[in-house]
Design a protein. Structure first.
Length: 504
């Protein structure tokens, strides 16, 4: 495998083509998906609130409103709708992520072939592409993490004030988009202590660390002072407060989980090991989510590369930095799953983006071996690419059709109840967001709470196939009749019911 420690020795790809392909891929996957993701509605509503009432109003809708504020500001500058502004920001973030990924692979010593493989890997990754048609903070956060990592690798080669400032900028911006960026802001500088060729390691560690700690200390002090002076109803950034409260209450919560584990899983003296059993179970959930997010073909490929010790071609200092970032990312996820006791593949992607940096070198080694191994690389990359160029999201286009029917066939001042955020937001009709959000848009909870729907003009409900009996019983009990139905089959359907208050 041809690698070299000096980035300048490896000619770069034409990054503009990576950007163009990434933007076209985002546009294609947005076109394939007729619906925006459910979390996007939160950001769009928060952006609406910012335009109407400023930052305080935005954060009351969503506790971490930085993306919503960006959407609102770009909307004001460009005139694009909030929806397309959010999608455009996501597309640009993915383009930056893909370009910085390839540039980082080059910095790690990847030759032109390895860089091409890196571009295909990051442009075809299933989970990255699965979320390209969504509006969320994650792609911006991932892009900033990759940029920060690249600056740190450059700093190893030739320390300078400019590189320190750029790293500081990227990692602090990452913190504003996702709270877990604090882990990298605080811990990443310590990775320099494990390098071999950097002179005055402790000094450079402190040069990176002190500005971070000073900034974070000032922000934390200001936040705590502000929080102590506000009522619970007016808390600034309640999402951050949630993490502080979770850490404070963790010992009691984990003890309760261990006791529940002992009661259901263990017997006799084995119950003394309940804490270990609970921690092991959560660790398995974490590992499975990381593997699923990485995708199983790449898990197997990376495992083979580790067994073959293909990473030995990296500079020792680069290996130390990469391993440190992996440890930091896994450490954060471990803390998260211990506190919250759940994990999603999407959250695991901050580990995956660092693991993916190894993959082009493993595939490059296979490619260089020639023969059937070269065909295997082609098959893997082609298979991943083909898998991401289509999906079944258009099967839910009936939800969009139902929303358009509501817009065209109901009075603009009509009110409705719905268990689908897309319908509630894009119909533009009066909707009790606070009350129904408290019920988590649950069909069962909504139907069982008459005060949530009986005074509205319309019920517009998304009924999955397994909930049809519940829906029929509800209609019969309340002597209601469906006015329209959209969709059907395995994906369910949307039904529209005109309530008596609307027909009087």
């Amino acid at each position: 495998m041809q690698t070299h420690p000096a980035a300048s020795s490896q000619p770069p790809l034409q990054y503009r083509w990576v950007i163009v392909v990434s933007l076209l891929l985002s546009a294609w996957l947005v076109w394939l998906d007729p619906l925006i993701n459910r979390d996007a509605i939160i950001y769009l509503r928060s952006a609406d609130a910012y335009l109407q009432g400023g930052l305080a109003a935005a954060q009351q809708v969503h506790g971490r409103p930085i993306l919503s504020v960006c959407i609102a500001l770009v909307h004001q500058l460009t005139g694009l709708s909030l929806l397309y502004t959010g999608l455009a920001i996501a597309a640009v973030a993915y383009a930056i992520l893909c370009t910085s990924f390839v540039a980082t692979v080059r910095l790690l010593g990847g030759n032109r072939t390895v860089q091409i493989i890196a571009a295909v890997v990051v442009l075809s990754h299933p989970w990255l592409n699965h979320m390209r048609s969504s509006i969320m903070r994650d792609p911006v956060y991932w892009a900033l993490l990759m940029l920060a990592l690249r600056e740190l690798l450059l700093y190893l080669r030739q320390p300078s004030l400019v590189l320190r400032l750029r790293w500081f900028l990227y990692v602090m911006l990452a913190c504003t988009f996702r709270f877990e960026g604090l882990f990298f802001a605080i811990m990443a500088p310590f990775a320099l202590l494990f390098t071999r060729n950097l002179e005055h390691r402790l000094r450079h560690c402190l040069l990176l660390l002190v500005p971070q700690l000073t900034t974070l200390a000032l922000v934390t002090a200001a936040f705590m002072i502000y929080r102590s002076q506000q009522t619970d109803a007016a808390q600034l950034f309640p999402g951050i407060a949630y993490y502080f409260d979770g850490l404070k209450n963790f010992p009691e919560q984990f003890s309760a989980v261990a006791q529940q584990t002992a009661g259901t899983l263990l017997q006799f003296t084995s119950r003394e090991d309940a804490s270990w059993a609970a921690a092991a179970g959560l660790a398995i959930v974490l590992i499975l989510n990381v593997c699923r997010a990485l995708s199983w073909p790449w898990v197997i490929t990376l495992a083979w590369g580790a067994q073959a010790r293909l990473h030995r071609h990296f500079r020792p200092d680069d290996r130390a930095i990469l391993r440190a970032h992996l440890v930091i990312a896994v450490g954060y996820l471990a803390v998260f799953i211990l506190i919250n006791r759940f994990m999603l593949e999407r959250y695991s992607m901050q580990v995956v983006i660092f693991l993916l940096l190894y993959l082009p070198f493993v595939l490059g080694a296979l490619w260089q071996s020639g023969g059937w191994k070269k065909l295997l690389v082609i098959a893997l990359l082609a298979g991943m690419s083909a898998d991401t160029l289509h999906n079944g999201d258009r099967d839910k286009i009936f939800i969009k059709d139902a929303t358009e029917w509501v817009v065209q066939n109901t009075p603009k001042d009509a009110s409705l109840a719905s268990n689908e955020k897309y319908i509630a937001y894009f119909s533009g009709r009066e909707f009790n967001w606070e009350a129904i959000q408290a019920k988590r848009f649950s069909l069962g909870s909504l139907l069982e709470t008459p005060q949530l729907w009986q005074d509205e003009d319309y019920l517009v409900m998304y009924i999955k196939s397994q909930r049809e009996e519940l829906w029929r019983n509800f209609l019969q009990k309340n002597t209601l009749t469906e006015q329209r139905s959209f969709g059907g089959g395995n994906k369910g359907r949307v039904v529209i019911v005109q309530l008596p208050s609307a027909s009087d």
